[in-house]
Design a protein around this ligand. Structure first.
Ligand SMILES: *Cc1c(COP(=O)(O)O)cnc(C)c1O
Length: 397
């Protein structure tokens, strides 16, 4: 196909594209060039929580497009103000900074943490194994996987990595020089791995003793993806700083960093900024996204999520050789397989399902919040067929 050749020819080879050529989306479905329909189980990697073509998001965007596309942060802007009021009211945080992306939100978190730490002579950051925080140099410095980091050295100094869900390791790594601990309460790219209660308890115990900041990367797991506005609410704790992004702009680029009173005065005029951060069209979309979710979808994420997980657990019982583990919360679910999952994803696509493989052997499921039980049933039926095919293949060998 011609566009695939152009893709190979003219772009830096950073993305391994799926072998489908999508022309448009509608609700929970995507449609390819031949009109074939696909159930979308990945939502543009956790972005399109309202599926495709939501009328209220479209309306909000068009209304703002008619006023202005950009003014710059020299100006105070209605859409930013409307969104910040919603976010503060929902979250209970004190301050917000808007960015264009997840990685930029993480950079903002690093800068707040470093600057806050300076006051107390604290310079070290701690992050966790197998985490994902983005592709910029600061974000990469927090990560440990060679796949993302190799060749980009040197990284930011004074960052150490603790093993995720290992209570002893974090205890050994934290000290009086620790300025902040960065973590995903549910790791996304790392294979949909929720944090252990014990890990979180230990981090907040250590925080009492050593006085550092806890920074939650909720870029993938936030905005009700797990059934709560922030995934950390499942743990009954409150981090000092939170990064949000992927779904926030309803498909337009938008991120946000939240801070509590402890860090409220860290930034002063001119010490941080962004030309495009908090783009008014993206913020208008963001307001519409939040109102749509609040208008009946929050419950649905939990209910359909629980239904989905119970069906996946049934499938695991049926395919014990292939399925190793089912993990996740709400509509952020992962199926860990005993084999690499790229071929499984390819076969699912043939059967009309867009899914994603992360961390080599985890099928990552991040469907839009508007998904219903009947769609889950369709997915389970097709996934069951694919697993049967693989079962036969491996026993036939
Ligand atoms: C996607 C993601 C990021 C990076 O966001 P970008 O918008 O791609 O820069 C950071 N952290 C987590 C947990 C993510 O899932």
């Amino acid at each position: 196909m011609q566009i695939f050749d152009i893709e190979k020819e003219l772009f830096f080879s950073t993305y391994k594209r799926l072998e489908v050529y999508i022309k448009h989306g509608d609700g929970v479905y995507l449609f390819d060039n031949d009109g074939k329909r696909y159930l979308d189980m990945i939502s543009g990697i956790g972005v399109n929580v309202l599926g495709y073509g939501n009328e209220n998001v479209k309306k909000a965007i068009i209304e703002q497009v008619e006023k202005y596309l950009h003014l710059s942060n020299l100006f105070v802007q209605d859409p930013q103000v409307e969104l910040v009021k919603l976010l503060i009211e929902i979250s209970g945080y004190k301050k917000v900074f808007f960015t264009n992306s997840g990685a930029e939100a993480i950079e903002t978190c690093i800068k707040i943490t470093r600057k806050w730490g300076k006051r107390f002579g604290k310079t070290e950051l701690i992050s966790f194994s197998n985490s994902f925080h983005g592709r910029t140099m600061g974000a990469l410095s927090l990560m440990d996987r060679a796949k993302y980091r190799d060749g980009y050295e040197p990284f930011l100094p004074e960052i150490s990595k603790a093993r995720y869900n290992n209570v002893k390791d974090i205890e050994e790594k934290v000290n009086h020089k620790t300025a902040g601990v960065f973590l995903e309460f549910v790791q996304g790219e790392g294979g949909i791995v929720p944090a252990d209660e014990n890990l979180i308890k230990k981090i907040f115990e250590l925080k009492e003793k050593f006085n550092f900041l806890v920074v939650a990367d909720e870029i993938q797991c936030g905005l009700w993806r797990t059934g709560k506005f922030f995934a950390f609410e499942h743990y009954d704790v409150k981090p000092d700083i939170v990064a949000l992004a992927k779904p926030l702009g309803g498909g337009l680029p938008l991120g946000a960093v939240f801070g509590n009173e402890k860090v409220a005065d860290v930034f002063t005029f001119g010490t941080h900024g962004s030309t495009f951060g908090g783009n008014p069209v993206a913020c208008s979309a963001g307001c519409a996204v939040i109102k749509e979710i609040q208008n009946g979808l929050i419950q649905s994420v939990m209910l359909v999520g629980n239904y989905f997980k119970s069906k996946l657990l049934e499938l695991k019982m049926k395919h014990q050789k292939l399925v190793k583990d089912i993990r996740g919360l709400g509509l952020m679910l992962g199926v860990e397989l005993n084999i690499e999952c790229f071929d499984i994803v390819r076969r699912l696509i043939q059967k009309g399902i867009i899914a994603n493989c992360t961390n080599n052997n985890v099928i990552r499921l991040l469907p839009p919040f508007i998904i219903k039980e009947e769609h889950i049933d369709f997915f389970i039926e097709k996934f069951d067929e694919v697993l049967n095919e693989f079962q036969q293949q491996s026993s036939g060998k």
